[in-house]
Design a protein around this ligand. Structure first.
Ligand code: SAH
Length: 261
């Protein structure tokens, strides 16, 4: 595919990542310079929505501002969130990033394979982990898919370089895939549905406190693959409400729960 990029222009071309409101989420970054460099990488790639979860340093530290160069404005408009869940609440797709394979989670995919998914999303987020440890499993469980940039044996990229490469991957081929055609449920809606599902599982004895985490991981992976719409998530919750209602009525109960979809 021919990319209409001139090496002489400093201005973004008409169709850039900004058009799809891509958010970059940095989870608990430690080094101001990395945050500034990440902001610069975002500006280079046409993304502008920087979100920082529980930072361990001042994102407006002089070192961050110096590394951001022309991306200082982007740095200043960054939003700070106490938790990843809150940072992702309005997103319809969250893509985790990881330098390594995790034994108990699905294997990360090559970003090129995930590109169509990102291009079809209306409000995607790319999630990056802390410098020393990367994202923890409970962070990755909140992402529908995880990507890994292929590297040599030393797989751990600098945080800002990872931001640059992952954003670049999703900029490629942007004209190949049609714009999003359906509205996918937000993470807030999906998290509420998962909370409801887990409550229902406890109610009917499908899982218990010991097994719940593993059970939910399996169900999340399956249901996240469906890329449900908001209406479908409500449909599913209507079903869960009916299960609860029926259980509370006892075996003999007939009829339908209030407010069922
Ligand atoms: N030591 C950590 C890496 C931390 S690097 C680990 O082994 O996971 C900081 C962040 O940069 C990571 O959390 C991830 O978001 C991103 N990153 C680093 N290398 C990457 C790679 N090869 N592919 C995708 N993301 C990567």
């Amino acid at each position: 595919m021919a990319l209409a990029l001139s090496p002489f222009t400093l201005h973004p071309q008409p169709s850039t990542l900004a058009a799809m409101s891509l958010a970059v989420v940095l989870v608990s970054p430690k080094t101001p310079g990395n945050i500034g460099s990440a902001a610069r990488a975002m500006l280079n790639m046409g993304a502008s929505d920087l979100r920082i979860v529980a930072p361990r340093c001042d994102h407006l530290d002089p070192q961050a501002v110096a590394m951001a160069v022309h991306a200082e404005g982007l740095l200043r408009s960054a939003q700070i969130f106490p938790t990843l869940r809150e940072a992702l609440a309005d997103r319809d797709l969250s893509v985790g990033t990881s330098a390594r394979l995790r034994a108990d989670l699905p294997a990360p995919r090559h970003p090129a394979l995930v590109r169509p998914l990102v291009r079809e999303a209306a409000a995607p987020a790319l999630v990056f982990g802390p410098e020393e440890t990367g994202l923890i499993n409970s962070d990755l469980e909140q992402c529908q898919v995880t990507v890994r940039i292929p590297t040599g044996d030393y797989a751990s990229l600098n945080l800002a370089q990872a931001v640059l490469l992952v954003c670049y991957e999703f900029l490629q081929g942007q004209d190949d895939v049609p714009e999003h055609s359906r509205k996918v449920a937000t993470r807030e809606e999906m998290e509420a549905m998962y909370g409801h599902l887990q409550g229902t599982m406890h109610l009917i004895g499908y899982t218990d406190a010991v097994r719940a985490r593993h059970t939910m991981r399996l169900w999340r992976a399956m249901l996240d693959r469906a890329l449900m719409s908001s209406a479908e998530s409500r449909l599913f919750r209507g079903f869960l409400r009916q299960v609860k209602w029926k259980v509370e009525q006892g075996e003999g109960g007939e009829g339908r729960a209030e407010g069922e979809e």
